[in-house]
Structure formats: C-alpha cells, structure tokens
Design a protein around this ligand. Structure first.
Ligand SMILES: NC(=O)c1ccc[n+]([C@@H]2O[C@H](COP(=O)([O-])OP(=O)(O)OC[C@H]3O[C@@H](n4cnc5c(N)ncnc54)[C@H](OP(=O)(O)O)[C@@H]3O)[C@@H](O)[C@H]2O)c1
Length: 215
C-alpha cells in the first residue's frame, strides 16, 4: 500500500523504514525536505519518497501521525484535513507537555477524561484513526526481540476494519495486538508512555516493552 508518514523525527523515520521493509511504498513528510537527517534517511532507504506534509497526506492510503504531540493540530492543518477523509490514520503521538518530568514522570497536556487521539478524531471526524506505537520506544517499534517473547501493542479506534488492518501491520512488525475498544481508550493507552519512560529517566533503562498476560 501507499503509506504517508507525517513527521521526520526518529519515530517517523523508523516507521517509514519499517513499512518500506515490508514492501509498501512510502513517503516521509516533513516541513523541510533538505534537513540533514532526512536526506541521510532518503539515501539509506532505496525507493523512498520525501514530500511536504500536504503531499504526504495526499499520497498516503494509510497515514501515520508521527509528529510532536504539541504540533499535531498544526501538522494536520498543513497537511490539509481533506486528505485524511475516510483514510486509516495510525496515531503514534503522545500529548507530552513542554515541561520537565517530575522524578521521571512525564507531564501531559491532556487529562484523564480526555486524550490527544480524541482531539484528533474531533478535528478529523471521518478519518479511521487507530492508536498504535505510542507505548514503546522507537528502538522496539519494528521486529522487537525480547527473551520473554512478543510484546503487546495496545490499540484503540472507532473503526473495526481499520483496527484489523493495523493489527495485520503489527503482526508483520512482530507484535501481539490487544484491541482496547473505541477512541476513549486512548485515555488509558496514551499514559502508558509515561510508565514506559520512568525506568529510562530514573535508572537509564530503556530496553523494555509491555506484555498482557492472559489466562
Ligand atoms: N521517540 C520515541 O521513541 C517515541 C515513542 C513512542 C511515541 N512517540 C511519539 O511520536 C511522536 C514523534 O516523536 P519523535 O520522537 O519522532 O519526534 P518529536 O520531536 O516528538 O516530533 C518531531 C516531529 O514533529 C514535527 N513538528 C514539530 N513541530 C511542528 C510544528 N510546529 N508543526 C508541524 N510539525 C511539527 C516535526 O516535523 P518536521 O519533520 O517538519 O521537522 C518532526 O517531524 C511524538 O508525539 C512522540 O510523543 C515517540
């Protein structure tokens, strides 16, 4: 499929490379296609495309949102809301506030009765948004290797078919997937990012992922 990845930070680049590796056609979207790390990524990823946010959203049959949480609304308006119409949108963002963590605990600009994904869904009511990839570090997003087996990716979203497509992608990427229901579940999935980061901030341990153990 044609995948449009919005955001050229480490998450955007890692996920764009992963989709290319799985045989998809990929455009990486950025406000500045001549940035050093973007050109380096392009050289290292044969067959990849670079574009503006608008070109990338237009190109993608599936769109990946991989921009700073604080910049999501700006990025969507640069991309053009109409280019998300009825498309699957994989939302990897977290609503991290621009303030330092408290003893390793990140601060969010959302509350427990709200989530960034719900805000995005309100801006893009016809988009089939699926939360995924937000609860693990970028080093483990593609083909994670843990002695204890496959980790669990928690997803949510209002469209069952879109969640099935994203589950298939996650399976190819080496994950077990747990569907946590509709968009409101992002109120619980987004804060997993806070939990995931604590061992990193307080003990410099960044090599872990969540797994749901079931009977
Ligand atoms: N880092 C991780 O391991 C990790 C893990 C899970 C989830 N996440 C989430 O994934 C998202 C991306 O994280 P990241 O670490 O790759 O990078 P980031 O520093 O959080 O975001 C970088 C991206 O945001 C875009 N951006 C920044 N300001 C903008 C603005 N004013 N308007 C439009 N776009 C703007 C930039 O676009 P340009 O390409 O134009 O520069 C850049 O691509 C975040 O929401 C983060 O919380 C990160």
């Amino acid at each position: 499929m044609k995948i449009g990845v919005l955001g050229s930070g480490i998450v955007g680049r890692v996920l764009a490379s992963a989709f290319l590796n799985e045989g998809h056609q990929v455009m990486l979207g950025t406000r500045n296609i001549s940035k050093e790390e973007v050109l380096k990524w392009k050289n290292e990823n044969a067959g990849s495309l670079l574009g503006s946010f608008q070109e990338t959203a237009q190109y993608g049959e599936i769109i990946v949102l991989a921009v700073s949480g604080l910049a999501v609304e700006d990025a969507i308006s640069l991309a053009g809301n109409e280019h998300f119409f009825e498309k699957i949108v994989i939302d990897a963002t977290n609503p991290i506030a621009a303030v330092p963590p408290d003893n390793g605990v990140l601060k969010f600009f959302t509350t427990l009765e709200d989530s960034l994904m719900e805000r995005i869904q309100k801006i893009l009511p016809d988009a089939k948004i699926v939360k995924a990839f937000n609860s693990v570090g970028n080093a483990f997003m593609y083909k994670p290797k843990f002695a204890a087996g496959k980790p669990t990716m928690f997803i949510c979203g209002n469209d069952d078919k879109a969640k099935k497509t994203v589950t298939d992608i996650l399976t190819a990427f080496g994950w077990e997937t747990e569907d946590m229901g509709r968009v409101e579940a992002a109120r619980a999935i987004e804060p997993l990012c806070i939990l995931w980061c604590i061992p990193g901030f307080i003990r410099n341990q960044w090599g872990h992922a969540f797994k749901l153990l079931k009977m």
